[in-house]
Design a protein around this ligand. Structure first.
Ligand code: ZN
Ligand code: ZN
Ligand code: FE
Length: 756
């Protein structure tokens, strides 16, 4: 019998598992890795073969994921033994590669066992754990094609590697203190410090409040003692990251529980084999410096996922800030020379090692919502694991994504390979990272796309990249349509839906900036049936960084010059000269595009309430507005205006309501809550209206605004109570990190229907 297995079956101990299983059932034949997965030929008792197949299917090794398994009978060849044969290299190279896997229990117990030969060895790993995607240069997944190639295994390591009964059989990154990578500690001047024990020294430095750049799996982290106020503020000011929260690493679940509240699902996610950063609600007595996550109700917490991290958190006894090694919005640093250059004004010391990182990968960020994992940033541990589509893509497609939180996506058959989080495509560094990422994915998954999908925004670097490609068909996809389809694919649904797509910015088919959109759509087309009314965005990009401009723009539309007489703090503190200039811009239509953005409305309300008039990171004003919300049952008024076959949501009564509440001294907490209620009510009213006209029961919620869990909770509850089937994001981010997947699916549908 011949058996073909496809999926994540290489580099996860699959062949020794098959070998031992065959021996157990007295089967003869062989197993090998081929370039599409694992291939097995077996002979023996029929009932034994059936049991053999069943066990492979139902109880594969912990890190293996079987996508397809196919078997058929052939004439017996009279094998005399069961063996593991050498890999075959074929023309059609294609094997999904496993993401990184956190250090397993067995490796951990060896790591802390003084009698083990890998005691305190920071690069211990086995077939069940360790680096994968970040060290792979080419396929097949074999040591010579990884950044472990320069390390020649010692006799003991080689013996483990060759022994099918060993946990390290064909563990490609296998290493020990004798033959493997090693650590060095450098001071600020990049001089190697000679100390008896690097890890002990690093722990001492961290305890003394120093900032240490630590080379990890997918890049450098900047670490310091999270309970040391002074160290945290120093890191914050050196990183030019005024308010954006820092992630924290704690040694175990018990420590996480001292900092934050966590439920069963959150605990499971934290200590699983992936170990993303999980957003958890802070306890009031959380012992971490306020500056770690200012103005936030949440901390991003992760458990150690490499042996090095395990050693540092265990031996230092500290709760550590572990934030990406970069300056503000640049991508995470992953090469040593880059670290010495770009982190030189931040880090006091560098903890480096000589295992090269081939592809930079940030930590993934998740939260748990209604008992399920929700991706906010999909990177380490998830990429390059593909999403399985419920249909086949006839053509290979590259989708370039959007601009902020960029990811790209490549399709092959029913696999959608979503890239790791690339970052904000706003500078050369990130663009290079994007371009290299695309080439790397094409190579390791053997994909040569015939089509490229891109966002309609002419200024996005991802769009410019797509349009610059030669010999490839190009398909432009509207941003909000892509959001909705990404959420549909995430949930495995197709057909026609009501799409509620709320975000900060997306280029509309009328050349305006959309972002508060109600679509009726399927995979191939959308109809924009309703949207928030258009308001000028004075200064374009500047208005995104300065939400007070948007607040003033709303007031100007509603009150005209009388806005200056309003008895509210926002007006009293308004810089009249600046405003005069901006008003001129609006009046003349200079650099003041019209926008229906929901994100900008949240910004405006945040500024009106005096919560945040200028932001230091994307979404800050809206996040702080959410964090301020108390409890209110009321809603503000709004009305719907019919315009041809489209409905506009008129916000004038809402803004007036807020202004009047501010003027009469209503608490900011109550206003914020009432604003959130109103927003959910707007969504409900429009969905009811669309259902009445089109009979569609399914509502898909997507776009960055739905990262706001308060809004999501309220909206979900209202829609659910009205009998809608509501779909939200889980594996794919609701923010622009999901756009590429939507683009790929829409492009595929257009190709299939012959529209392009
Ligand atoms: Zn292990
Ligand atoms: Zn060795
Ligand atoms: Fe968006």
């Amino acid at each position: 019998m011949q058996i073909n297995i496809k999926g994540i079956v290489q580099g996860v101990g699959f062949r020794p598992f098959v070998y031992n299983l065959a021996k157990k059932h007295n089967l003869l034949g062989y197993v090998l890795n081929d370039t599409s997965g694992v291939f097995i030929e077996v002979e023996g008792e029929k009932s034994s073969i059936n049991q053999f197949l069943e066990t492979i299917r139902d109880q594969p090794p912990p890190q293996a994921v079987i996508f397809e398994m196919e078997s058929h009978g052939i004439e017996p060849k009279g094998f005399e033994d069961f063996v593991i044969r050498k890999s075959e290299e074929q023309e059609e190279k294609f094997v999904p590669i496993s993401p990184e896997i956190a250090t397993c229990e067995e490796c951990l117990s060896e790591l802390f066992d003084p009698n083990d030969r890998r005691y305190r060895y920071p690069f211990i790993n086995c077939t069940n754990c360790g680096p994968r995607f970040t060290i792979v240069k080419d396929i097949p997944y074999d040591r010579k094609f990884t950044t472990m190639a320069p390390f020649i295994m010692c006799e003991k390591c080689q013996a483990e590697y060759d022994d099918p009964g060993d946990r390290r059989f064909h563990a490609q990154p296998n290493a020990c203190p004798v033959c493997g990578p090693s650590l060095s500690l450098l001071n600020h001047e990049r001089v190697v410090i000679d100390v008896p024990d690097v890890i002990t020294e690093v722990c001492t430095l961290l305890r003394a409040g120093k900032i240490v750049a630590i080379k990890g799996l997918g890049g450098y982290h900047l670490a310091c003692d999270a309970q040391n106020e002074d160290a945290v503020s120093r890191l914050r000011s050196r990183k030019y990251r005024e308010y954006k929260p820092f992630a924290i690493m704690v040694k175990d679940i018990e420590t996480a529980k001292r900092l934050c509240y966590l439920n069963e699902e959150e605990e499971k996610l934290l200590k699983g084999t992936i170990r993303p950063i999980v957003l958890l609600r802070k306890r009031p007595d959380c012992p971490v410096a306020e500056d770690v996550a200012p103005h936030q109700h949440y901390h991003g917490i992760m458990l150690p996922y490499t042996p090095l991290h395990n050693l540092i958190v265990a031996e230092s006894g500290l709760v550590l800030v572990m934030t990406s090694g970069n300056i503000s919005s640049e991508p995470i640093v992953y090469h040593d020379n880059e670290a010495f250059g770009r982190l030189k004004n931040i880090a006091d010391f560098y903890l480096v090692h000589n295992r090269e990182i081939h592809i930079r990968t940030d930590d993934s960020v998740f939260r748990v919502w209604r008992g399920k994992e929700v991706a906010l940033r999909r990177a380490r541990g998830y990429a390059p694991y593909p999403l399985l589509l419920s249909f086949q893509c006839e053509e290979q497609i590259l989708a370039c994504g959007a601009e902020l939180k960029n990811t790209f996506c490549l399709t092959r058959g029913n696999y959608a390979f979503m890239s790791h989080h690339i970052g904000d495509l706003e500078n050369l560094e990130t663009l290079t990272s994007f371009e290299e990422g695309v080439e790397h994915f094409k190579r390791i998954f053997n994909i040569e796309p015939a089509f490229v999908a891109y966002d309609l925004h002419p200024e996005y670097l991802s769009t410019k990249y797509a349009l610059s490609l030669e010999d490839i068909q190009k398909i432009g996809v509207q941003h909000h349509h892509a959001h909705i389809i990404s959420c549909m694919a995430d949930n495995g649904i197709d057909g026609e839906v009501i799409g509620v797509s709320f975000d900060g910015t997306g280029y509309g088919t009328d050349g305006k900036i959309w972002g508060g959109e109600f679509l009726v759509c399927d995979y191939s087309a959308f109809k924009r049936v309703a949207h928030l009314e258009y308001t000028p965005l004075p200064g374009g990009e500047r208005a995104i960084k300065e939400p007070w401009r948007m607040a003033a723009s709303f007031l100007n539309r509603i009150y005209g010059d009388r806005m200056l007489d309003l008895d509210i703090d926002f007006i009293k503190s308004l810089d009249r000269n600046k405003w005069a200039t901006i008003k001129k811009m609006i009046d003349k239509g200079l650099n003041s595009p019209m926008t229906s953005s929901a994100g900008r409305l949240f910004d405006a309300v945040s500024a009106l309430l005096g919560i945040r008039k200028e932001v230091y990171y994307e979404g800050q004003a809206a996040i702080e507005l959410e964090m301020t919300a108390g409890h209110a049952d009321l809603t503000y008024p709004f009305y719907l205006k019919e315009l041809g076959n489209k409905t506009e949501v008129i916000l004038e009564p809402l803004i007036k309501g807020i202004v009047s509440d501010i003027a009469s001294g209503v608490a900011v907490e109550a206003i914020s809550s009432q604003f959130h209620n109103t927003f959910s009510e707007i969504i409900l009213q429009l969905c009811l209206k669309i259902r009445q006209a089109n009979g569609i029961e399914r509502v898909v919620l997507s776009g960055g605004v739905f990262q706001n869990t308060l809004l999501l909770d309220k909206t979900f509850a209202l829609l659910d109570a009205s009998g809608f089937e509501v779909y939200t994001h889980h594996r794919v981010p609701t923010n622009d990190g999901g756009i590429a997947l939507g683009q790929a699916i829409i492009a595929n549908e257009l190709i299939k229907k012959g529209i392009v």
